[in-house]
Design a protein around this ligand. Structure first.
Ligand SMILES: [Zn+2]
Length: 352
């Protein structure tokens, strides 16, 4: 008996350590892939002083703690985030192992969790979910549909139901994306996850929407003062700009602050048709000055509509990364989706 327990504990520790090592690699993926850098060539180095990091300083979690979160060479602070990613990956691997033991669902969920962790942090940094992430989730979904068709487990989990849920979710999320409330990457992630999870996409979305709303409100409150300040500065700027640029015409000016850069597209009415106007780099530079103090990983969009030479409406809002919220929902449902569904059915008295 004690032999079995000792073996279980040993396996759990090994799985956790393996997870932290993979998490260390995920840090490289999160940092390098959005910048178009290779993840295989080039050794790890300190981002401040450029010193190559010694192998013994690359032990997940442990090295960061031993070094007190500082580079050995230049004593620059190393973000605790690297350690968080390593520990999180370790915990997710452990949960997957406890839930699925040594079955086919173990590698499936481990790959899924790696992709979800990578895309969440990339989304937080760059406000975008890479195609390779949503593509991998979709591929896992296809593999799972095949597995479900060959050996349904539980017995009422039918392969074509996965296709049906993916279709239903694609229509729903597609509408939201068209209305502008949801990014293209979020849409792909939700649809691919529905293909993978089948009916378990319901608790996944439930969790994702709640967390997303909480996060969205928190970000909105935190950036409220900044939005107000930038809105008044933009208004002032555009009033001056309009005076010098065809003051009577109707137009729409749309802009975004992304990756630390401002991009503006102007549309003007010619007759009744709205046509794209030529670029105005001077205007872009002036708007850039207003956003000069905003961190590069924040994103803003604004829309100015001008009627009869007067600003009719100026809307500025901060974009929110929903990838992490959706990912937490999907991961939770991959592990405990059936348990949540059963609990709901019991609460609402639906017989199963
Ligand atoms: Zn350094």
């Amino acid at each position: 008996m004690t032999g079995i327990i000792a073996y279980d504990v040993f396996m759990c520790v090994m799985v956790f350590i393996f997870g932290t090592v993979i998490g260390s690699f995920l840090n490289v993926v999160i940092y390098r892939t959005p910048l178009g850098m290779s993840i295989v060539t080039g050794p790890s180095h300190c981002t401040t002083c450029g010193t190559r990091i010694k192998p013994y300083d690359l032990i997940p979690i442990v090295s960061w703690c031993l070094l007190g979160g500082k580079c050995r060479a230049c004593k620059a602070k190393i973000s605790v985030r690297y350690t968080i990613v390593e520990a999180l990956t370790g915990v997710m691997f452990l949960l997957a192992y406890i839930r699925y033991s040594l079955t086919l669902m173990l590698p499936m969920s481990i790959i899924l969790f790696c992709v979800l962790i990578a895309l969440s942090f990339i989304d937080l940094d760059h406000m975008q979910i890479p195609y390779w992430c949503t593509g991998t989730v979709a591929a896992l979904g296809v593999i799972n549909v095949i597995i479900t068709a060959v050996m349904p487990s539980p017995a009422n989990d039918l392969w074509w139901m996965h296709l049906l849920y993916a279709l239903a979710v694609a229509i729903l999320a597609g509408l939201l994306a068209l209305l502008g409330g949801l990014g293209g990457g979020d849409f792909q992630l939700i649809t691919a996850s529905a293909l993978l999870l089948g009916v378990r996409i319901i608790p996944a979305l439930f969790i994702g929407v709640i967390l997303g709303a909480i996060y969205g409100i928190a970000v909105k409150l935190a950036s409220n003062a900044d939005v107000k300040d930038k809105t008044s500065k933009l208004t002032e700027l555009f009033i001056g700009w309009l005076e010098n640029n065809d003051p009577t015409a109707d137009k729409i000016i749309m802009g975004e602050y992304e990756e630390g850069k401002v991009h503006i597209t102007r549309y003007e009415y010619e007759g009744k048709k709205l046509n794209e106007a030529p670029e105005d780099t001077a205007l872009e530079e002036n708007v850039s000055e207003i956003f000069a103090d905003v961190p590069a990983n924040h994103e803003y969009i604004f829309r100015v509509s001008v009627k009869g030479g007067i600003i009719d409406k100026l809307r500025l809002q901060r974009r929110i990364a929903f990838g992490p919220a959706i990912s937490i929902g999907v991961a939770a449902s991959m592990l405990y989706g059936n348990t949540i569904l059963t609990a709901w059915m019991n609460i609402f008295g639906i017989a199963v």
